[in-house]
Design a binder for this molecule. Sequence first.
Ligand SMILES: [Zn+2]
Length: 113
Amino acid sequence: MHELGITQSIVEIALRTAAGQQAKKIHSVTLEVGSLAGVVAEALEFCYEACSQDSLLEGSVLIIEEIQARARCRDCAAEYPLTDLLACCPVCNSAASDLVCGEEMRIKEMEID
Ligand SMILES: [Zn+2]
């Protein structure tokens, strides 16, 4: 289950950030996840609870915001939301496209004391 490894790095980054700001408590961590990042939100939340125990993160909430993947057509340069990887351009029907976003995963913000 690769969500565990992902969660561990999120927790690590969050704790390091909090330590840098001399936080006493972390209330929530907001995570942006691209729709093509290949992670299951429920699994992340489950692992987060386990990974955050006995740390500043204990009791905090993991908020997951999904970012809709977008592609740019190589033929007509139209940008369109990518709901599945085999989608064609809605303007010219070309299948040649580049991914604009959708695979990223990063901490967007943290609420700390
Ligand atoms: Zn096109």
